[in-house]
Design a protein around this ligand. Structure first.
Ligand code: ATP
Ligand code: MG
Length: 336
């Protein structure tokens, strides 16, 4: 039986944090044995905001090593670097020419990131969701496991599929498959440690706003000690007036592997002075195996290179096949 396909990716734009892990990668690991999976390091997405050419390649390797460290298993998952497969850029161009400009201008991520960029907003930042559609559709993915912030981009991908199938295919013979987002309820939106109303992000200028997967114990201790809380006694989930409290309890629940009921019972009468050391210890313990495995992977560069080489070879075959189908449907001549 053919397994359904999964595709997802993370940008090598900085340090991988608990939001990326709990919202995305941990879910990839949990479902990988049920699917045929493609996980890429989306370096073409990274350059939609300025990147330092001296560190870009290294950041991509680091991220691929973290994918392995978090538990991606090569028996189920193909890991590769997006820019190694030129079909991503080429399909983006084809999609660009059928995507209405106003669809992109409505994207929340574009508006938020454009604000931060000031005068320097690139066409690439606007075009980010079209590149993401190309990533997903090149592999004819059935499911796309992402955090809540990517939901709108997934909807745009589905709009592009419907448009292409309608304009260039027939109902009996669609050209592209309609993918579905896989967004877990818990951890889908991990919030910043310094502002419980903003999502935790790699691109937040303050490192105190996030816990990175590679933070050493003393750094984790410092960040949790300094994180924003409130003066209310007792801890609770789901109080909209206490976003920090909900976020920190959710982190504890997910990292400790406990249920909401268990955490409620354990923490409802606690003050921050008791809860913070508990969260600190739980976070350090949860990240330790990932950090150890990461070191082992980074100590064997040739292994990592072989993973990425094999990943590229496998992904390339699937990507080229879809690209050829789309080009044929749009009426391009075959290369002679
Ligand atoms: P950047 O600030 O550069 O956009 P990012 O932290 O948003 O970085 P991405 O590489 O854009 O990370 O996203 C990678 C994956 O992590 C996506 O699936 C995204 O939905 C998920 N993700 C990002 N931030 C969070 C968060 N705070 N909570 C849950 N999931 C998140
Ligand atoms: Mg992002």
């Amino acid at each position: 039986m053919n397994r359904q396909r999964v595709l997802s990716g993370v940008q090598p734009t900085g340090n991988l944090h608990l939001g990326n892990y709990l919202g995305a990668i941990r879910n990839w690991v949990e479902i990988q044995d049920q699917y045929d999976n493609y996980f890429c390091v989306v370096d073409l997405h990274a350059i939609t905001v300025p990147q330092d050419p001296k560190t870009l390649a290294n950041n991509s390797y680091t991220l691929a090593a973290l994918y392995l460290a978090c538990g991606l298993d090569l028996n189920h998952s193909t890991i590769f670097i997006q820019s190694h497969i030129s079909a991503h850029s080429e399909l983006t161009w084809l999609f660009n020419c059928i995507t209405p400009l106003n669809w992109l201008e409505d994207m929340i991520q574009f508006k938020e990131k454009a604000l931060k960029q000031g005068e320097n907003v690139s066409v690439g930042l606007l075009d980010y969701p079209v590149l993401m559609a190309a990533d997903i559709l090149l592999y004819q993915a059935d499911k796309v496991p992402v955090g809540e912030d990517q939901k709108q981009h997934l909807e745009l991908t589905r709009d592009i599929v419907n448009r292409i199938n309608h304009q260039f295919g027939t109902p009996e013979k669609p050209i592209l498959k309609l993918p579905e987002p896989l967004i877990r309820k818990e951890g889908a939106r991990v919030m910043s440690l310094t502002d419980g109303t903003k999502k935790m992000s790699k691109s937040d200028p303050s490192d105190l706003s996030r816990i990175n997967l590679l933070d050493p114990p003393d750094e984790i201790t410092k960040k949790i000690k300094k994180c924003k809380t409130d003066p209310v006694r007792g801890l609770e989930f789901d109080n909209p007036e206490r976003p920090e409290c909900n976020n920190l309890l959710t982190l504890y629940m997910l990292l400790a592997g406990k249920t909401k009921q268990e955490v409620t019972a354990e923490c409802q009468d606690m003050g921050w002075g008791k809860f913070k050391p508990l969260l600190t210890e739980t976070t350090i313990n949860a990240l330790k195996p990932i950090q150890d495995k990461y070191q082992a992977v980074m100590d064997d560069k040739s292994y990592l290179e072989s993973v990425l080489r094999e990943g590229r070879e496998k992904a390339e075959v699937v990507a080229q096949e879809t690209l050829a189908q789309v080009k044929a449907a749009l009426g391009f001549s075959k290369p002679l």
